[in-house]
Design a binder for this molecule. Structure first.
Ligand SMILES: Nc1ncnc2c1ncn2[C@@H]1O[C@H](COP(=O)(O)OP(=O)(O)OP(=O)(O)O)[C@@H](O)[C@H]1O
Ligand SMILES: [Mg+2]
Length: 309
């Protein structure tokens, strides 16, 4: 698959191709994301592999020991792991000073302490700004492709839901704040901030809907297949589109009893996935007898994932 730069009139684009990897814990999201990013970088795209997992493992898979930001795997492949520091910076840049201006008129608090407090306690803020961070990345021309590795499912769905939920909640906020017994000089800036934030949430939701392609990673086991159906329902609800399903850890029917037993057991689940999602590109990735770490191993995964291109 060759990744082309998109040139559309959508205000969210300018723009790079962006693929988010999601799925339940331990199914191989990071491994597949790392191999996909490697593929994009080898096919002429300046590529960023970025993680929003609080316990990221991209650096580990690429065997990066140095910590420049972003870290460099090859001339055209970079790695970034987003954390609290970046979220704090984004909040600071977009809202920090304004909100502090209002807040500090009735609470005695220093600015750095205030930013630290808000970004660590406000629910959804961290998720919102991670989405926003990646949206902004796609707006400048630095990368042609962005591969987004996420935390296990629960956290990722929360991250995907946040812009829509925030936008919904913020709609009520002006009514509540306009009843606050504060003077006009305090109330107007608050309302302005709320309106701006609501707009940002809507833009971020549109970005997830219009620009981001989702790749679902799963394994051929009962629980994983059931959860796959749940993920589709949730993504559908927010009109997010799945472009590809990767079925990882597929057992070959070889001479060992272990593998052939596993192989036989997996057939039912493989059939179910192929039948249910026949309209989506599905690729199977075999179970390897070793840990996937380092470029040499990743190239093997890359070859399987992109064998048709
Ligand atoms: N096809 C495979 N064959 C053998 N081992 C694999 C395969 N795919 C992944 N692994 C191994 O499984 C482990 C988990 O993989 P990975 O970290 O990619 O999963 P994850 O979905 O990102 O996990 P988490 O939900 O914790 O982020 C790793 O040790 C990886 O090397
Ligand atoms: Mg992972």
């Amino acid at each position: 698959m060759v990744v082309m730069k998109k040139m559309t009139s959508n205000p969210n684009t300018n723009s790079s191709k962006i693929t988010m990897f999601t799925g339940k814990g331990g199914v191989g999201k990071t491994t597949c994301a790392a191999a996909t990013a490697l593929h994009y970088s080898k096919t002429g795209n300046t590529t960023l592999a970025i993680s929003t997992d609080a316990t990221p493992s991209l650096s580990h898979i690429y065997e990066l020991s140095d910590k420049p930001k972003p870290a460099c795997v090859t001339d055209s492949l970079f790695v970034k792991e987003l954390g609290h520091v970046e979220v704090k910076e984004m909040w600071d840049k977009k809202f920090g000073k304004d909100v502090y201006g209002v807040f500090s008129s009735f609470v005695d608090i220093e600015y750095p302490e205030f930013v630290e407090f808000v970004t660590s306690v406000l629910p959804g803020l961290s998720d919102e700004f991670m989405v926003d961070y990646i949206r902004e990345l796609t707006l400048n021309d630095e990368y042609n492709a962005v591969v987004w590795d996420t935390a296990p499912l629960g956290q990722t769905l929360a991250l995907l839901e946040t812009p829509a939920l925030l936008s919904e909640h913020l709609k009520m906020a002006p009514r509540i704040y306009s009843r606050l017994k504060v003077g006009r000089t305090t109330r107007e800036p608050i309302l302005d901030i709320i309106r701006r934030w609501e707009k940002l949430s809507a833009i971020n939701m549109d970005f997830l809907k219009d620009i981001v392609d989702f790749t679902l990673v799963t394994i051929p086991e009962a629980l994983a297949v059931e959860q796959l159906e749940d993920i589709f329902r949730e993504l559908d609800e927010y009109e997010l589109k799945v472009k590809r399903i990767i079925i990882n850890n597929v057992a070959k029917d070889d001479e060992s009893v272990f593998m052939s037993t596993k192989h036989n057991q997996q057939q039912e689940y493989l059939r179910r996935i192929h039948n249910t999602y026949s309209n989506i590109e599905i690729v199977e990735l075999p179970m390897f007898p070793y840990e996937i770490k380092g470029l040499e191993r990743l190239v093997e995964i890359e070859r399987t994932l992109f064998s048709e291109s």
